[in-house]
Design a protein around this ligand. Structure first.
Ligand code: PGA
Length: 257
């Protein structure tokens, strides 16, 4: 399988999110081959984007989820509330949240538990900083993030988990990691997940994020180890995002994956 996930971040509001979602639906109309597609708008746009995507092939995702199930948590949105809003995916532990909002491995772990309890597929973001890669410690650091996120997670009967490898130096910089670096890291990530959680290999989806666009998507997606892409900046440019989806479809057609 191949999956294309759009992360609108805090870049666009309801009107633009709706227009983008409509643009994706319009752009894929009539396509026989499609990857799985997930759109993650900002919280306030979820309701309207949900209406646009209703009965479509495209899933709705949130950009975050609370680490606790319910209660007096002003400003937080629980997994149950997200499920109620139509979300079937949630981004968890994005590096922007880890860096700017102090999100820790423990919080990431708790958020995964919350999402799974509501049948929301977690999209768990991991990745190393430039200094870490330069010091030759990228694989060790990312594997540790993955183990911390998933260890002790009791998988429900059918648990699917997405792990997004997003090196910090590649996010929003225009410099994507090379397919070779991504493949190497995806192998490490898969292994780390299996070290700590009992899950079918087919249910572990490892995607890459960091300056993915229409121009480089094919070279990443054609690799067997790269199950999909998490797209930030290019997801709010409709032609770029459609080009990424088209690249995924091309790979699926060419490889029958
Ligand atoms: P980018 O962001 O595609 O703009 O690099 C990716 C992400 O942060 O998910």
């Amino acid at each position: 399988m191949k999956i294309v996930i759009g992360n609108y971040k805090m870049q666009v509001g309801t009107r633009e999110s709706v227009a983008l979602a409509r643009g994706v639906l319009h752009g894929i109309r009539g396509s026989e081959t499609l990857p799985d597609i997930v759109i993650c708008p900002t919280y306030t746009a979820l309701g309207e984007v949900r209406k646009v995507l209703a009965r479509s092939h495209i899933a709705l995702g949130a950009q975050n989820v609370a680490a606790v199930p319910a209660g007096a948590m002003t400003g937080e949105v629980s997994a149950a509330q997200l499920a109620d809003a139509g979300c079937t995916y949630a981004l968890i532990g994005h590096s922007e949240r880890r860096a700017a909002l102090g999100e820790t491995d423990t919080m990431v772990h708790d958020k995964i538990s919350q999402a799974l309890a509501q049948a929301i597929t977690p999209i768990v973001c991991v990745g190393e900083a430039k200094e870490v890669r330069d010091a030759g410690r990228a694989e060790e650091v990312v594997a540790a993030q993955v183990r911390a996120a998933f260890s002790g997670i009791r998988p429900p009967k059918r648990m699917k988990a997405v792990v997004a490898y997003e090196p910090l130096w590649a996010i929003g910089t225009g410099t994507s990691a090379t397919p070779a670096d991504v493949i190497a890291m995806h192998r490490i990530i898969r292994k780390a997940v299996h070290e700590v959680v009992d899950i079918d290999d087919a249910d572990v989806v490892v995607v890459y994020g960091g300056s993915v666009d229409g121009a480089n998507a094919y070279s990443l997606l054609r690799e067997r180890e790269i199950d999909g892409v998490l797209v930030g900046g290019a997801s709010v440019k409709i032609h770029e995002f459609l080009a990424v989806i088209a690249a995924a479809a091309e790979v699926i057609d060419a490889q029958g994956v």
